[in-house]
Write a protein that binds this ligand. Sequence first.
Ligand code: NAD
Ligand code: UD1
Length: 314
Amino acid sequence: MSKYLVTGGAGFIGSNLVERLVEDGNDVVIVDDLSMGKIENLDCIPKKHITFYKRSITDFGFMSRLLITEKFDYIVLLGAVASVADSVDRPAETHSINQEANINVYETIRKHALRVKKVLFASSAAVYGDDPVLPKKETSNIVPLTPYAIDKFSSERYAIVYGKLYDIPTVCTRFFNVYGPRQNPESPYSGVLSIVQSCLKTGKTFKLFGDGEQTRDFTYIDDVIDALLLLLSTPEAKWDVYNVATGKRTSLNSVIDSFEKATGKELDIVYAEKRKGDIKDSFADVTKLKGLGYMPKYDIESGLKKYLELTVRD
Ligand code: NAD
Ligand code: UD1
């Protein structure tokens, strides 16, 4: 049994991770301000094994005290404003959450010489921006187009540099576009497939930014959780960054088409201008992670099928 800290643990990826960690016999402390996450996301998890703090990770004093007193074995930094578009609207505010709060964690570990088995920081495919070379390898050019991408890149570099300088076992993931149950569809800044799913269900109009020909490497949540557990439990995965994706490229139009076929419903679409800073094409080379034993189990069809099966009773 190990003790974990998961920031953003009431969010989409966080709550799915916490569920698996508790199933595997661990205790988990969660810090989430519920700005996007939901306490109900934790309903199915036995309360005995989780401690929840509704706090902001930008409360540096609180976070430092928590790290010093709890002495976590593993720390997973998922707490963030996950929307690229939101960072374009609120660059300074999102910077303190998406970058400064993470440095506070690394700095507390350094200053107090805390012994941690692994610190994992969730970075993003957004760091690759619009560089035309595809698929994106970990060695590809970094072309951040938004405050979100800058903060993700900076936080991952700090994780690696703090790791090497002060001997802290850090590792970073660059998630591509993750989808699945518990992704909150309620904000205009939500992940696109959660919004599509919700619009199909309720009959609301979906606003499509651009022509729908933008492509993404849509990745089902279960594959992401497998990747996280693999990286946390592999000591050699240290001071490094790994793409986490399916390795397949799908356009938004085509994924909407698949949703419509799977549900037998037609999405009511209104078109709008492409969003500022939006990436045109994104998909991953996952050879590096496969080298550690990762094998994605879902393609877009099987992922959507499972997503729809699990959300139909919501
Ligand atoms: P999410 O919004 O569901 O989860 C983020 C969580 O962080 C939310 O529960 C939110 O309430 C919480 N949070 C936000 N600001 C906070 C603050 N100041 N203090 C405490 N908690 C705060 O998004 P997600 O999809 O689960 O993303 C998890 C992580 O993975 C994020 O760091 C995101 O940037 C990264 N990521 C996600 C994707 C994706 O496709 N979903 C891809 C790349 C990277
Ligand atoms: C997503 C993630 C981000 C992650 C990145 C990695 C979210 C909210 N964003 O960003 O955390 O770092 O992948 O690749 O989880 N769109 C519409 N209509 C909508 C919403 C979106 O047309 O209502 C379009 C967007 O303009 C974009 C595409 O759908 O072209 C995907 O948008 P979004 O789900 O926000 O994802 P990314 O910006 O790729």
